[in-house]
Each structure stands twice: as structure tokens, then as C-alpha cells.
Design a protein around this ligand. Structure first.
Ligand code: NAP
Length: 314
């Protein structure tokens, strides 16, 4: 039985070497040039490879997505009907919470205003609200959202989250489902997106959502932070909202199309902080360990962690 590495945009041979280091006696193949007989393939590790590569393997038993998000996979027809496992890694989670905390703090501590003052050599104190007066609302209270919520709570922010199902997280207000969405937005000064991209979350954050955010907060206007997926926001609406004051500011790590086009009007928005999808990179060595451990356990007792539900989309 063989294991297939099928990645697009990443260095295949490095991934092959990582898996060989963990499984020196196994047959490790790679797409597109060294698949061999597809009937030999039992497990696949994939990132953005066409689903057909997987469906061509009639004896596939298990597919690993090499990232936390699985929209690259579930968006495709022809997926084999076998368990799909995604990456959950404490290092990745910590990196995401770092990026979210950094962005919330930059807006809370008025960094854009101080940076503008510095460029003009202006020494002027701005009134500084306390963290407890800032209401942060997190879209998605899964692995990443729950950890970011906890970190922000420990920094003293007033934190709530929105998810499909109600959560019990100490010190975090939980809102759930469509029925509680507007109430969640109405109490939110800083909206953070950590939702997966699914049919339901695509285009969710549009102008109507931005207009429902609190306008009586201590920052003088709402802020939007997106580190989930760019497909969950409507970029034209964000640009308009940043330019007409509906949004005071934004921090974006993800975009509708990546890389962000040099023509995008977002580059010129002085009230936006942009980073090139770097909020939480996966550490390949940690992920290889995680996958190797899951394979050994699957073979021993058939169990798997962090299985994706294709019907739900995440
Ligand atoms: N920018 C980066 O570098 C980077 C890195 C890694 C991941 N990401 C993105 O972050 C996303 C989240 O990762 P995760 O590990 O936290 O995922 P997760 O554990 O699967 O959590 C997803 C959360 O979203 C909620 N949700 C999903 N669909 C919803 C809907 N229609 N309405 C309301 N809530 C909904 C879920 O609600 P329930 O809890 O009720 O199920 C859950 O709380 C990934 O999918 C990926 O796109 C970005």
C-alpha cells in the first residue's frame, strides 16, 4: 500500500522527504510525476490538488488536508467518500491568536493614528480607553476562534463569539445561529472573522453586516479583522465602507483573490492593515508528526481526530 503526496504551489519533494523520515519502510508516491498505479494508494496528503487525483485512486482509505481550512478540497466535485482529516496544531493555533491579538491591540491602542502623527513629527496624546470598554466579537468559535477569544479575554477585552451551536466558554458571551446574529453585531465594536469558508459563510460580511455593527463604541467607529477566508467578505463593500466611514479601519490577512491584485483599491486605504495570508502558517514538521501519529492510530484502532464533515463544509 502506498501513500500519496499531492500538493500544488508547495515543494512536493520536501513533503516526500518529511514523510519518508517518519515512514522509512513505506511506499511514498507523489503527484503529478510519481503516482504509479493509483490502485496502490491508500492514504493521501493534499493541498490544493485537483480532487480527480484522489478519486482516481479506487482503494483510497483516508485523505489529509495539509491545512486547517478544507475549502480547497470540499469545493471540488468527485471527492472520494472516505474520511477527510484537517490539521489542528497548537503551534498554528498560537500563531493565529498572536496575529488576532496584535491586530486588536493595534486598533485599540490607536496605532494608525500614532503612525500618522509620527510621519508628521507630531507629539500629541490621544485619549486611551481601557480594554474592558472595547467589545470584540468573533465570528467562529472553533479551535482558532475559541483560543483567540481566550487570549483577548485575558488581555481584558469584552469578548463575545458567534457560531452555529451555542458554546460555554468562561467569560465569553456566546451567540448562535441566524436568530442571534444581529444582536451579536449590535454589541460588537471590533468584528473578527475566523469562520471556515462554506456555502453559508461565503460573502457573509457584506455592507448590510458592517452597517449593523455598534457605532457608539470607544474607538469612534467599527473595525473589521479577517483572518478566516477572504471569500467570507465582500471586498467591494469593505473598500466602500472604509472610504465612507461605515468602517473606521480594517486588518485583512485574507482576500477574495490571492495574491491581492496590485490594482486592488484596498492597497490605497490608509485605514486598512494588510498582510499576505501569513496570520498562521503551518509548521510542516509539526504537521508531519501529527499526520504520522494519526496514520499509526488509524491502523491500530480505526480512530481519527479532527474529521471534516463534508455535508457541513468544515
Ligand atoms: N489566515 C490564516 O493563516 C489561516 C490559518 C489557518 C486557518 N485559517 C482559517 O480559519 C478557519 C477556522 O479554523 P478553525 O480551526 O477554528 O475551524 P473550526 O474548528 O472548524 O471552527 C469553525 C467555527 O465556525 C463556526 N461556523 C461554521 N459555519 C458557521 C455558520 N454557517 N454560522 C455560524 N458559525 C459557523 C463553527 O460553529 P460550531 O462550533 O457551532 O460548529 C465553529 O465554531 C479555517 O477554516 C481557515 O479557513 C486561516
Amino acid at each position: 500500500m502506498a501513500l500519496l503526496i499531492a500538493v500544488k504551489g508547495w515543494d512536493t519533494q520536501t513533503w516526500v522527504a518529511r514523510l519518508k523520515a517518519r515512514f522509512p519502510d513505506r511506499d511514498i508516491r507523489s503527484w503529478p510525476n510519481a503516482v504509479g498505479n493509483p490502485a496502490d494508494i491508500r492514504y493521501a496528503l493534499t493541498w490544493k490538488a485537483p480532487a480527480r487525483v484522489l478519486s482516481d485512486c479506487p482503494n483510497m482509505e483516508l485523505v489529509f488536508s495539509l491545512g486547517a481550512g478544507v475549502d480547497h478540497l470540499l469545493g471540488q466535485d468527485d471527492l472520494p467518500k472516505v474520511p477527510i482529516v484537517r490539521v489542528v496544531d497548537p503551534d498554528l493555533t498560537a500563531r493565529m491568536s498572536e496575529w488576532i491579538a496584535l491586530q486588536v491591540l493595534l486598533h485599540h491602542r490607536q496605532h494608525l493614528a500614532y503612525a500618522a502623527q509620527q510621519r508628521e513629527r507630531v507629539w500629541r496624546e490621544l485619549e486611551q480607553p481601557s480594554a474592558g470598554d472595547l467589545r470584540v466579537g468573533i465570528l467562529g468559535l472553533g479551535v482558532l476562534g475559541a483560543d483567540a477569544a481566550d487570549v483577548l479575554k485575558r488581555l481584558g477585552f469584552n469578548v463575545a463569539g458567534w457560531s452555529r451551536s451555542k458554546k460555554t466558554l468562561e467569560g465569553i458571551d456566546s451567540f448562535a445561529g441566524d436568530a442571534e446574529f444581529d444582536a451579536f453585531l449590535a454589541r460588537t465594536d471590533v468584528l473578527v472573522n475566523l469562520l471556515p469558508l462554506t456555502a453559508e459563510t461565503r460573502g457573509l460580511v457584506d455592507r448590510s453586516v458592517l452597517e449593523k455593527l455598534a457605532r457608539d463604541g470607544v474607538l469612534g467607529g467599527p473595525v473589521f479583522i479577517n483572518a478566516g477566508r477572504g471569500g467570507s467578505h465582500v471586498e467591494a463593500d469593505l473598500v466602500a465602507a472604509l472610504n465612507d466611514g461605515t468602517l473606521k479601519a480594517a486588518s485583512l490577512d485574507v482576500f477574495e483573490t490571492e495574491p491581492l491584485s496590485p490594482d486592488s483599491p484596498l492597497w490605497a486605504c490608509e485605514n486598512a492593515i494588510l498582510t499576505p495570508h501569513v496570520a498562521a502558517d503551518s509548521d510542516p514538521e509539526a504537521i508531519s508528526d501529527y499526520i504520522a501519529a494519526q496514520i499509526l492510530r488509524f491502523e491500530a484502532d480505526g480512530t481519527l481526530d479532527n474529521r471534516v464533515d463534508p455535508a457541513r463544509g468544515y
